[in-house]
Write a protein that binds this ligand. Structure first.
Ligand code: ZN
Length: 134
């Protein structure tokens, strides 16, 4: 089996959740030692990114900076649900990331983690991990 689905219960309005260990576990279960792994988020107000894991302040600053680029309130927004800021952040981050697997391990920098990014919580969320041999 090389497709995995994971559920997240996110209590915060915005949060970056490290999912690297979950992806590592899926790769191990798949038995695939060389190929690629895609981590995919099927939501329009969340996303997947890869960024620094050493200093938690980076996550704070990431969310703060995105909040400045895509403000929560703007009289010109039309979308009735009132979460256009979260839709824009989702597209800016992207719905998926792909990482190379070699010798059974993801090629990630020592400071890199894979993050599920919530931009419109609290919500129940899912992400998929697909591992392809090659
Ligand atoms: Zn919406």
């Amino acid at each position: 089996m090389n497709l995995f689905k994971h559920e997240l219960r996110i209590e915060d309005e915005e949060k970056m959740i490290a999912i690297t260990d979950t992806v590592r576990g899926d790769i191990e279960k798949s038995g695939i030692v060389s190929g690629i792994v895609t981590i995919y988020c099927p939501h329009t107000t969340a996303g997947i990114t890869i960024n620094e894991n050493a200093d938690a302040d980076v996550q704070h600053d990431f969310l703060y900076g995105f909040g400045k680029i895509f403000p929560k309130y703007d009289n010109e927004y039309l979308h009735e649900e009132g979460n256009s800021f979260a839709h824009m952040k989702s597209s800016a981050v992207g719905a998926s990331k792909t990482v190379i697997i070699e010798n059974g391990r993801m090629i990630l920098g020592i400071w890199q983690d894979i993050y599920f990014c919530e931009f419109d919580g609290p919500r129940n969320r899912y992400f998929y991990v697909k591992i392809i041999k090659g």
